[in-house]
Design a protein around this ligand. Structure first.
Ligand code: SIN
Length: 561
């Protein structure tokens, strides 16, 4: 049976003969850490166009607090960072990828410093914070808790000043254009200029994750899974989307947007407590508050259920006077906006969706399964995280794979030459006779259903119900041709939510951040595999694959995997 989601190749109608065109060597979609680092690397040998749907500084990177994990000095060792990453990945991390990433980390930190990044120092060395799952304090940070903002400041300044980089802001990428299976560019929409077609030899997806599929998330409003959904529609291989990481501590103020309270706060000694000041983490894990975040999130979830309360608290009142505000100025300011004074008050927190662990499958060069398309950062599945991501490894991943993908894309574009004549592409979807739903309402209902049924705890029943209801909404939302970014975002979120729920229903075990109450243990005999997803006429084609991401042979010749 054909499904509307499976048969939908493009979200918009277009005709190459009727739209304005722009030709370049490399297109980068997204302006977070991976996108900007990729653009700077590609610009070493090619002209680059960065397309970003909001202002360039708006990204998940910009709100990242904790920092970048890196082994900067003895006695910390690469082996320890690698082991911590591998342990947290619960059998699905790719050791070769992990080794490469942790060993490259220090040079990326030094490069950012050379470019002007002001990381915090302690004496002669970089200051390093501690976060869950790390066996050492190795998280480099800036302005206490504004690491992402500092990195974006530096990368953006550099990209804006680069003669071979152009940045198009408020330009929504609707779909990747493919010609005979090869990605040749992107069809976009700009409020002022309408639809445009951008053509490039190589396109890099760096669009981040899909936290907005959930009602409560640390992610900014831009995190609507657009790149994942575009890649899915274009036929790329996606993997392990059931692994959605929940951050244990987001500020819980009913009615206010959820804001991250960095794990580094617990690294500095903050305790998780109930209103009466009683701690509970020791009952769940000997590492207490510094257990990996999947364990802490599940522990909080259990406490919320057992006590029938909406939140727990972070307690920093025992820290020496003045230290909290000095070390975490952004979080301190945020709390004070709500009349919470961390030195004397408890900070109300609960878990919320934080990071899309799976993504578009890439090899170590960033190549996806589609020729002409690379991916880097949260949108990609590189093999670094496996079933769970170690704290503060994501900015690192963005730097390492952003640079690599950029270098590869730039070099290939220079070798191959520019597309000078657009292929005769068009797409025309007739008006659907089906009734229209209120898309805004569908989005809110989707976020509620995902939080309730595909959140920290899942079961076959609830996932089955979720798949059914998303398929129902899709029949009325995915059959329409819309003309506004919010509507395309909802179509993208429906697509990726269905992938998440389908992957979660497929994986009949608990591993990493995926917890099934009906299969509460890890089952290496049957499930030490990846769950691969691709668009098919019937909707989503699901398969399992025993190979670790990154074990694929790099195509090298740009023919895709
Ligand atoms: C945090 O500061 O807790 C978030 C860092 C991360 O997601 O790795």
């Amino acid at each position: 049976m054909s499904s509307v989601l499976g048969s939908r190749r493009y979200l918009t109608n277009f005709d190459v003969h009727r739209l304005p065109h722009l030709f370049t060597d490399v297109i980068v979609i997204g302006s977070g850490i991976a996108g900007l680092r990729a653009a700077l690397a590609a610009a070493e040998s090619a002209d680059v166009l960065v397309v970003t749907k909001s202002e360039a500084a708006q990204s998940a990177t910009n709100v990242a607090q904790g920092g970048i994990a890196a082994v900067m000095q003895a006695p910390d060792r690469f082996e320890d960072h690698a082991r911590d990453t591998l342990t947290v990945s619960e059998g699905l991390g790719d050791e070769r990828v992990i080794q490469r990433v942790v060993r490259e980390a220090p040079e990326h930190i030094r490069e950012l410093q050379e470019w002007g990044a002001q990381f915090d120092v302690a004496g002669d060395h970089l200051a390093r914070g501690r976060e869950g799952g790390h066996s050492a304090a190795r998280v480099v940070h800036a302005h206490g808790d504004a690491t992402g903002r500092e990195i974006i400041r530096v990368l953006l300044e550099r990209a804006r000043a680069h003669p071979r980089i152009r940045i198009f802001e408020r330009c929504f990428s609707i779909d990747l254009l493919t010609d005979d299976g090869r990605v040749v560019g992107v069809v976009t929409h700009h409020q002022k200029y309408g639809h445009q077609m951008f053509w490039a030899t190589t396109t890099i997806l760096a669009t981040g994750g899909a936290g907005r599929a959930f009602r409560e998330t640390t992610n900014p409003p831009v995190a609507t899974g657009d790149g994942l959904a575009m890649a899915f529609r274009a036929g790329a291989l996606l993997r392990d989307l059931e692994f959605v990481q929940f951050h244990p501590t987001t500020l819980y103020i009913a009615g206010a947007a959820r804001a991250l309270i960095s794990e580094a706060v617990r690294g500095e000694g903050a305790r998780l407590v109930h209103r009466d000041g009683r701690r509970f983490m020791d009952a769940y894990d000997p590492r207490g508050e510094l257990a990996p975040r999947d364990i802490v999130s599940r522990a909080i979830n259990a406490e919320l259920k057992n006590r029938n309360v909406s939140h727990v608290y972070l307690d920093v009142r025992h820290l020496p006077s003045g230290t909290f505000a000095k070390r975490f100025p952004t979080i301190d300011r945020l709390c004070r906006e709500f009349d919470i004074h961390p030195e004397r008050d408890l900070i109300p927190v609960r878990p919320s969706a934080h990071y899309t662990v799976g993504g578009v499958v890439t090899n170590p060069d960033g190549d996806t399964s589609l020729p002409g398309l690379l991916a880097a950062g949260e949108v990609a599945s590189t093999g670094l995280h496996g079933a769970n991501r170690l704290a503060s490894n994501s900015l690192l991943e963005g730097l390492v794979f952003g640079r690599r993908a950029g270098l590869v894309a730039g070099r290939r574009a220079a070798e191959r030459g520019r597309i000078d004549h657009p292929p005769a592409l068009s797409h025309l979807l007739p008006q659907s006779p089906r009734t229209a739903l209120d898309v805004h309402d569908v989005l809110h209902s989707l976020q509620s259903v995902m939080s309730r049924n595909a959140g920290i705890e899942r079961s076959a029943d609830r996932l089955g119900e979720t798949v059914e209801i998303i398929e129902f909404w899709s029949r009325y939302v995915m059959d329409k041709v819309f003309d506004m970014p919010e509507q395309w975002e909802t179509q993208n979120l429906l697509t990726i939510a269905l992938c998440i729920a389908t992957g979660a229903a497929t994986r009949c075990e608990s591993r990493g951040v995926h917890f099934r109450v009906d299969f509460p243990t890890r089952d290496d005999e049957h499930w030490r595999v990846h769950v691969d997803l691709r668009r098919a006429d019937h909707g989503i084609q699901v398969a399992t694959s025993p190979r670790a991401a990154g074990e694929e042979d790099p195509p090298g010749d740009d023919t895709g995997m």
